[in-house]
Design a protein around this ligand. Structure first.
Ligand code: NDP
Length: 264
């Protein structure tokens, strides 16, 4: 038992993936050092993927890197990067690094996100607004644009954005976080519509729903963490999207809690 939380969650998964369903694939995970991104990175590696671990805290990325090296035969790399500073040049440098290291890219999980302050719009600091918009919606746009040619070269590839309950219905005091998630959904739908006729790349989003992470604890400090599922609960859906890149989910915003499996 190398990953007890995953073993425990697997019993309730709605899709039981083959153990090598991502063998040889290369997947970029942003925010890979903590929370849902860390669980996804470890899960993908356990299913055979080489994971590009992008995040802003090097020590957290190194811990995930060490775990993957110790428990799998895959070759991860770490990319310490603050997405607030993402621009075309840094995205192109990442393109070259991925291309030189692996010669391919099969998926991007846009998972990193900033919660930002939970204050009324009337009092929302403009500086914080710009930080949140940059990390949550502009950086995914820049990364996707730069890396799309690598994805396009694969017969099965996926770009998965991470939505939220406030991505479709705004909510008081969620400020730039809600607006940035609306923007990310719009980016996903626009991209999917462009890809549908011309590419094998599938773009979709996952709303993980309330999940036991430090972001959730910051947003709901009075909540007992045990009342929400751990990140591993929905890893079947994440695996399915990257393993199958299903055309049926092109442009679809999937609620992880409602997903009933590939035929649902
Ligand atoms: P966490 O806060 O646990 O993890 C977020 C990750 O994003 C961290 O690894 C963090 O890095 C990274 N990150 C934040 N800012 C930057 C930046 N500027 N540059 C690079 N990396 C950055 O959050 P969750 O795991 O809970 O959230 C994952 C995704 O799921 C997010 O998109 C979130 O909006 C979404 N979500 C989560 C829900 C929940 O209940 N948890 C519900 C709905 C959606 P570092 O560790 O270094 O700070």
């Amino acid at each position: 038992m190398i990953y007890p939380e995953l073993d425990q969650a697997r019993a309730d998964w709605r899709w039981q993936p083959p153990s090598n369903c991502l063998a040889g694939r290369v997947i970029l995970v942003t925010g890979a050092g903590d929370g849902i991104g860390r669980a996804a990175a470890k899960t993908f590696a356990l299913h055979g993927a080489h994971v590009v671990l992008l995040g802003r805290t090097r020590s957290k990325l190194e811990a995930v890197f060490d775990w993957i090296e110790a428990h799998t035969d895959t070759q991860p790399v770490i990319v310490p990067m603050n997405l607030e500073e993402m621009n075309d040049e840094s995205a192109d440098a990442l393109y070259n690094a991925v291309s030189d290291t692996y010669g391919r890219l099969d998926g991007i999980l846009h998972n990193a996100s900033l919660l930002g302050p939970k204050v009324p719009i009337a009092h929302y600091p403009t500086f914080e607004w710009q930080r949140v918009m940059m990390v949550n919606s502009t950086a995914p746009f820049i990364l996707t644009k730069s890396l799309l040619p690598l994805l396009d070269a694969q017969p099965q590839a996926a770009v998965v954005f991470t939505a939220s309950g406030v991505a479709r219905k705004g909510r008081a005091y969620w400020g730039a976080y809600a607006v940035s998630k609306f923007a990310q959904e719009g980016l996903m739908e626009t991209l999917a519509d462009e890809l549908a006729q011309t590419s094998s790349v599938v773009a979709a989003s996952i709303n993980p729903g309330g999940t036991r992470t430090s972001m959730r604890a910051a947003a709901y400090p009075a909540e007992d963490p045990e009342t929400v599922p751990p990140p591993e609960a929905h890893m079947d859906l994440y695996l399915y999207l990257f393993a199958e890149a299903p055309k049926a989910l092109q442009g679809v915003a999937v609620n992880a809690r409602d997903w009933t499996g590939p035929n649902g």
